[in-house]
Design a protein. Structure first.
Length: 87
């Protein structure tokens, strides 16, 4: 999957770093970690998902929940650009 380019907004980089640190976290868990509302977190994740950086996966134990992960290409791209490991 081709990425839309490195994220330039701080909130996008922070969210990617949080997903990288806690793969499989829910949106609510990520929002708490980042100290933002779940709505704000969801909007950022929507943008990252559209750009090919992150994805929501079904939780095998809870049909209602989605787990957040970086796309494989994003993990490589994040390391190359330094976008997901630094703040």
């Amino acid at each position: 999957m081709a990425l839309a380019g490195p994220p330039t907004r701080r909130r996008h980089r922070r969210t990617l770093a949080a997903i990288q640190q806690r793969p499989g976290a829910t949106q609510r868990e990520l929002a708490e970690l980042l100290e933002v509302s779940t709505v704000t977190c969801g909007r950022v994740i929507d943008r990252l998902e559209s750009a090919g950086w992150a994805e929501r996966r079904d939780d095998p134990q809870d049909r209602r929940a989605k787990r957040l992960h970086l796309h494989a290409a994003a993990r490589t791209g994040a390391r190359a650009t330094g976008s997901a490991g630094h703040e």
